[in-house]
Ligand binder design. Structure first.
Ligand SMILES: [Fe+2]
Length: 214
């Protein structure tokens, strides 16, 4: 095999052979799913995509801050926060839909828990961008959406974190995405269509957090 396919094949072999336990059932010293996820995200993103890595660290910090609200789901959601954008990593990006590429990698190369894959596959209303890319059928067939109580938390963490990892209001983050991609871009169209759902998810999580603190 030569050309881009061969390059991608080499990376895939590299990506599955890096110094990360192959599956969460062999966590070893990394005794939480989140610590395994952090290590894997670091390997895939830190060097090739430092700004994306900064964003991911911020999203994970948001998820950690919600741990008292999340209870038994805190570890799963922290892991999803670490891994939600790995589909941007060179060699993993294949379809153009990073949520699908990341989830497929977790499922096929890392044998990650199904709910973690489902969260990554559908994070931040990915189904809308999948529709725009003609991939909604594939995404829905391969990964069932996670329950809303879980997916809204990941959406909240992602959309209240700037590209540099800082805490920002959701509206500011949505505006930043539109500015970055520009009018008419597929991502801009997707985010505009998804905005009402994203803002509902943010409100839902804020209400949950507020209810717990009163
Ligand atoms: Fe993100």
């Amino acid at each position: 095999m030569t050309g881009p396919d061969a390059d991608q094949d080499v990376f895939r072999r590299h990506a599955t052979s890096v110094d990360v336990p192959p599956r969460p059932s062999s966590l070893g010293l990394m005794n939480t799913l989140a610590s395994w996820a952090e290590h894997l995200a670091r390997v895939l993103l830190q060097e090739p995509l430092p700004r994306r890595w900064a964003h991911v660290q911020g999203v994970a910090a948001r998820a950690r801050s919600l741990a008292p609200v999340l209870g038994a789901d805190a570890d799963l959601l922290a892991a999803a926060a670490w891994l939600h954008d790995i589909g941007y990593a060179p060699g993993l990006a294949a379809t153009g839909l990073h949520a699908l590429d990341g989830a497929r990698y977790l499922r096929d190369a890392r044998h990650a828990p199904a709910m973690l894959c489902r969260l990554v596959a559908h994070h931040t209303c990915a189904i809308i961008e999948a529709e725009e890319r003609g991939l909604a059928g594939v995404l829905g067939l391969e990964f069932e959406p996670a329950p809303q109580a879980l997916s809204s938390v990941l959406t909240y963490c992602d959309i209240t974190t700037s590209p540099d990892g800082e805490l920002v209001p959701a509206e500011e983050r949505l505006a930043e995405i539109l500015r970055r991609y520009g009018p008419g871009h597929l991502v801009s169209r997707s985010i505009q269509r998804a905005t009402p759902m994203i803002l509902r998810a943010v409100e839902h999580v804020q209400d949950r957090a507020a209810a717990r603190s009163t």
